[in-house]
Design a protein around this ligand. Structure first.
Ligand SMILES: O=P(O)(O)OC[C@H]1O[C@H](O[C@H]2O[C@H](CO)[C@@H](O)[C@H](O)[C@H]2O)[C@H](O)[C@@H](O)[C@@H]1O
Ligand SMILES: O=c1ccn([C@@H]2O[C@H](COP(=O)(O)OP(=O)(O)O)[C@@H](O)[C@H]2O)c(=O)[nH]1
Length: 486
């Protein structure tokens, strides 16, 4: 099989450069090993690109990376507009932040159609396409319109919210209908899957049986594939990074003080404000923790051209300065706040230096930082993970100290508990979490999805004759909707 992986964000094979987000970080090693072609945005735009797609192609491990210049006229409406100001807030249940214009939607559809045309260059008879994330909900349907009959799978890295929240996106019906062109639709959690199937049944009136949806596109299988990391590789990196200058400088600066660490894109879904408020509350409730425990918060700038992100950056800067002003001492800064990115090797060393990892999103598809923090720990003296129950990672990492990020006082107490947890309990919890990470690696995730895609496609091919007479074989909930979709 010849695999073509498509995502908006791609990573080049440079381990010492900061990754922009978990999708690129997770895919890089597996795409490198698999020999797939990875197609994504070059980050540059080009006038008239839609007439003739331009791709710079470079080697990536056993495969290749194709970096496409996206059409200049539509890039803003697609990326900052519809993808990140309509879909992202909706998918993270922030309907108050949705900014959805018809123009942006059309740009989004233009870029999906453009990507489909660009992909034709990589299509062979044995090609399977694997499309990543909310930037390309309609790409499968565009490919089918171009006559692609090969397997096409889709994986969503973010949460999929409840029906009412999906319904807040004006074009929800068109988009979800387009998604049904995929043979396989993967989600991070069981809950996301259930929400999607409930939408498809109730809002589109389609039949669902055993996770399989029947629509005018044929059948699509919906299943859960929780994304993982390579825990052994991360553990090795963390041990090696102890001598990295940034890591040793951090250790020296601590003077025996305990450290909590947070590493996030500067995004409103990550619960950064709530987290800082929880530390503020902790130092107020337990003044003995002042001077003895501090927070290192790395908040990597993200999507800075979008107003909600700019507002959050200003709010956090004010909040951190206020907390440091109130709790700080001449020789002690409670929160070290960094607005920059680090390479993963250094990050691994920073995670291992910290006694507590704090990951407190309000909603998060998975959150790989939570998994990386666990993998980076010293097995003889592991740190404690404080994890939001609203991160996808909480399904597997239930031996973490799970918190509700809306409960500031509860989080403050839990962080204090984590800072003083005895070694036996830390080891017990860490071993349990590490076993889960080893059982569900990024390599397994990749292989499981690709296998399931082949199977789903074979099932779809076998089911085509059945679709000729849908009313008998695929009874619908409502005759009206049936007429529209079959
Ligand atoms: O590409 P950007 O706009 O800079 O954003 C970075 C990525 O953010 C999101 O990452 C998600 O994928 C992770 C891996 O599955 C998951 O752990 C996390 O919960 C998600 O938020 C986004 O979904 C990606 O498309 C972006 O590239
Ligand atoms: O300065 C940084 C901050 C983050 N990351 C990486 O970015 C990814 C973040 O993924 P996560 O799933 O936690 O969240 P996302 O940003 O994708 O929403 C992780 O692999 C981090 O190691 C990085 O390389 N450098």
């Amino acid at each position: 099989m010849n695999l073509v992986v498509v995502s908006n964000r791609v990573a080049r094979g440079m381990a010492n450069e900061p990754m922009t987000g978990g999708l690129a970080a997770a895919l890089l090693p597996v795409v490198e090993e698999s020999g797939a072609i990875w197609v994504g945005s070059s980050g540059r735009v080009r006038d008239g690109a839609h007439k003739e797609p331009f791709a710079e192609i470079e080697a990536l491990g056993a495969g290749a990376l194709a970096l496409l210049d996206l059409p200049a006229a539509h890039y803003g409406g697609y990326y900052e507009g519809f993808a990140n100001s309509a879909l992202w807030p909706a998918l993270h249940s922030r309907t108050d932040l949705i900014r959805a214009s018809r123009e942006d939607y059309l740009s989004y559809r233009e870029v999906n159609a453009f990507m489909a045309r660009a992909l034709m260059r990589f299509r062979k008879p044995e090609t399977a396409f694997w499309i990543q994330d909310y930037h390309f909900l309609a790409l499968g349907a565009e490919l089918r319109d171009l006559g692609v009959s090969q397997p096409i799978g889709f994986f969503l890295h973010t949460p999929w919210p409840d029906r009412a929240t999906v319904g807040a996106v004006p074009q929800h019906r068109e988009l979800v209908t387009a998604m049904l062109a995929y043979d396989l639709i993967g989600f991070q959690t069981e809950h996301d899957c259930e929400n999607f199937l409930s939408y498809v049944q109730s809002d589109l009136g389609l039949t669902v049986a055993d996770g399989v949806v029947a629509s005018r596109h044929g059948i699509s299988r919906v299943a859960v594939f929780p994304i993982g990391i390579d825990p052994e590789k991360f553990a090795q990196q963390a041990a090696k990074a102890a001598s990295h200058p940034d890591v040793s400088r951090l250790r020296r600066s601590l003077n025996g003080e305990k450290l909590a660490i947070g590493v996030d894109r500067l995004d409103y879904s990550k619960g950064l404000v709530n987290r800082i408020n929880a530390f503020d509350r902790m130092w107020s409730l337990q003044p003995s923790l002042a001077r003895t425990a501090s927070l290192l918060q790395i908040a990597t700038p993200s999507r800075g051209a979008i107003e909600a992100y700019g507002d959050l950056q200003s709010e956090l800067a004010r909040l951190v300065s206020d907390v440091n002003g109130r709790h700080g001492e001449v020789d002690w800064t409670p929160i070290r706040y960094l607005n920059k990115g680090f390479g993963q090797t250094v990050l691994a060393g920073l995670y291992r230096t910290a006694q507590v990892g704090v990951v407190t999103p309000l909603h998060d598809g998975m959150n790989l930082v939570a998994k990386e923090y666990v993998a980076a720990q010293n097995p003889a003296d592991p740190g404690v993970l404080v994890l939001s129950k609203f991160a996808g990672a909480a399904n597997e990492l239930d031996a973490a100290l799970l918190v509700n990020p809306h409960d500031i006082e509860g989080m403050a107490r839990t962080i204090a508990t984590a800072l003083s947890m005895p070694l036996t309990e830390r080891r017990m919890r860490w071993e349990e979490m590490m076993a889960k990470l080893r059982a569900s690696t990024i390599q397994n995730w990749f292989a499981d999805f690709v296998d399931a895609l082949q199977e789903s496609h074979a099932d779809k091919e076998a089911s085509v004759p059945l679709m000729v007479e849908p009313p008998t074989l695929w009874p619908l909930h409502s005759a009206n909707l049936g007429a529209r979709y079959h």
